[in-house]
Each structure stands twice: as C-alpha cells, then as structure tokens.
Design a protein around this ligand. Sequence first.
Ligand code: GCU
Length: 480
Amino acid sequence: MRQRNFLVFFSASLAVIGVGIASRVMGQSATNAPAPMNWTAEQDHQNMMEQLGIKSLRPGADARPGSPHYQNTNEAKANPYPNLPDPLRLNNGEKVTSPAMWWNQRRPEIVEEFDREMYGRVPKNVPKVTWDVTAVVRTNNGAIPVITKELVGQVDNTECPAITVNIQLTLTTPAEAPGPVPVMLEFGFPPFLQRRINRLEGTNRPSRFGMYRYGPDWRQLVLSNGWGYAVIVPVSYQADNGAGLTRGIIGLCNKGQPRKPDDWGALRAWAWGASRALDYFETDPAVDARQVGIEGLSRYGKAALVTMAYDPRFAIALIGSSGEGGAKLSRRNFGELVENLAASGEYHWMAGNFLKYAGPLTPGDLPVDAHELIALCAPRPVFISYGATWGKPGAEGPWLDQHGSFMAVVAAGPVYRLLGKRDLGTPGNYLTDPMPPLNTTLDSGDLAWRQHDGGHTDAPNWPAFLKWADRYIHGPMPPR
Ligand code: GCU
C-alpha cells in the first residue's frame, strides 16, 4: 500500500529527528540533577503498564492483508459499541438544555475526561516561552511579495538545564497587506522533509508515497485570499516517539523523569506549542490574532483537532485525515484501533491512562469519544477532511476509517445546534446518515466535511475549505 509506505517513511524520519534531539540534550546534563531517563519506547511503555497494573494489552489491527490481525473492513461489523456517550447529558444523568449548562457544567466534565483518560493534562508548571525572531526574509511566493519571519520559542529550562526545548516556527505574511492579516497555522514537517514532500507533490502525478498534487499550493491559495500562513514544527519541542517522553516539553516539566498516567502525551504537547505560537501572533502587528486557524494532516490532524478543542482562541480548523485518536470514533472496529494507539509505537501521543482501554477495559468503556472532541470546538467552525477510501492508486486505505469520522461529525451536531450554530446538514442519525459521494463538500453548516480522491494529503481540499472559511475569516484586503 503506497499510503502505508509514506506513513512508514514519515514515522521513521520523525524517529530519526527525535533521536537527534535527544542526543543533543543528553550531553548537557546538569551536574547535580539526575540525568534525564534514557529509556527506549518499549521500556517507557512497560513502565506505564506497571504504573497502571496492566499485565498485557490486546493486539492492534494490522493493515497487511493475510495478517491474523488484519483490520476489519466490513461495515456490518464496524459498530460493536453503537451507543455513544451523550454530549448533552451530565454525568449525573441530567439533560443539558441551555448554552449556560453546556459551558458551566457539561463542557468542563468532558474536558476533565479527555484530560484524564485520553490526551493527558498540561502540567501547571509549564515554563515560560520567549519568542525571538531569528531572521526576516523578503521574497515572493508565486506573484505575491511576502515577508517571512523565522522564529524560535525558547522554553525556560532553569529548573532542568539538562533539557533544552526550542520551538521552531515560521510566519509568512503578504508584504503589501494594509493591516493585520488572518493566518493559517500548520503543524508541519522540518524544512528538509517539507522540501522533499514539495518536490514529490509538485510532480502532478501519483508519487512513490501515494500523493498527488492538485492545483496550487495551499500557501499560495491562502496568500491570494489576503491571509498569511505559518508552520510550526511539532518535533522541535516534543519527539514523535516514546523514548522522547523524558525529554522535550513533556520531559522538561517532569525534569527528565517518566510520565504519570494522567500526564500529557505528544498530541497535547504539540497542541500546547500551537497555543504558544498564537501567544506570539498576539504580539505581532502583522497578524490579526482573532482570526488564526489551525491545520494538520494525519497525526498532525489529530494534533490540530486537539488544539482547536482546547484553545478557544483558534478561530477555525481544517482537520486532515486524522483517523484514530483524532476525529474518528474510538468505539469503531474499522481500520486502526484503540489497541494500535495503546501499543509502544503510538502510545506516546496519548495519556498513559489510555492504555487501560486496550486491556483490561474496552473502547466501549471510554467515558468520551471523538464526537465530543469535535463538540469542544463548538461554536467555532471545523472542516473535517479525508482523501478517499481505498480502490485508487494513492488513495487512503480503510486504516483511517473515514466513515467513523463522518459519524463523529454528525454526532457533534447537537452541541452546535444548542449553541445556535448549524450542524453538518444531514438528517442527524450517526448510525444511518449516508456519507456524501467523493469530492462533494458538505458546507452548509458550521461543521463541514469533504472526502477528495487524491490520497493522503489535504491539498485537494484546501480550495473547498477556503471557500467555506470565507464566511468566517476576512482579510484586510479584497482577495485577488
Ligand atoms: C500511522 C498511524 C495513524 C497516523 C499516521 C500518520 O498510520 O497508524 O494513526 O495518523 O500514521 O500520522 O501518518
């Protein structure tokens, strides 16, 4: 499967980066503080199992045909837990009937459950970030003159000098903007990997990694709307592997020691970094910080949804191919499973407590599910994007469970309606609402959906997203 090849390459590249970051900081251990723990992901994972008193976990699904654990792709077997937690019912059983009840009672309950059981808590002692503009480059992107600022967010590490954390960020705004501009912030790849992806995507044909290039680059589309764009590099402040959990921003807060079961995982840490970028935008006169959107693909699509759910300052979101742990219902049995996220290759995205749901508990025991993560974004506009089911070269496989995400968007609708907003515009039954055909945008509401046929990328959905986003976000100059 081409898509799997890309994902393997992507994961491997990030692992290399993570190791690079780890070995840089290891040389700087403070003399009188214990050195950061130097475990493998497997050792850290085992430690978390011991903290939780778990002896074994159920195996995850496998995307390789012929495997004894081959993923389920049969829709008839996909809903072993068809009942979802009701986002509009308090834990004491009372129905939520007003926006005030949502904001003051139900929403905090849902946040607490996501914090404790799924994504983990951001510690109270996260050190301060100081942003420095390290370079300002005037150039053109296509025909549009732009100013690009390279930034580093230095995290105060006086409490644990052995761990250095620097957030990498670039911000590009139109040079001739008559005022502060809206900005789309992307969770992106380190520049060397991004250059490679640009080259592959620029070929206008299916690449080795199963991606197509459709139309102009998203950055140019955003610029021609009169907006700016920014890219934050998540692995610059939290490695994409379990071995890195005692380093990066998570490790810094724990002074290099292992996580507790409700400590934050990488998704929550990546989202924290996006919020720190937004802190910077609030100080930059080139940016209209009330109109900043967040976007990411795949694991970064998960991070983008977590960002939007937790930080109400983000105005709009494009959530790309996020799958399990993102916009997809964890209660589904289709493609990737909770058990995959709980295994040593991916558990670092989540809180340690999440492991419990892969043994002894089941996904049906989760107190929350993806529809409630989407509901936490309400009333702000969210566009959920995918790149087609299997059957075409380069198309996304069943692994991502596009239908499970569609169901979650439908099931988030009641919260949007309670807050006076529009749902997806389908009949509203998550079990029976049909998904629209490929390349058809559902954009009549404040929740939007589109599945293109161009593979594991957001590229073909950017124009549809921007058309819809135009209803909410307004630049200081008319679009070109
Ligand atoms: C793997 C993983 C997915 C993830 C994807 C990616 O396929 O199982 O959950 O979204 O990698 O981020 O590339």
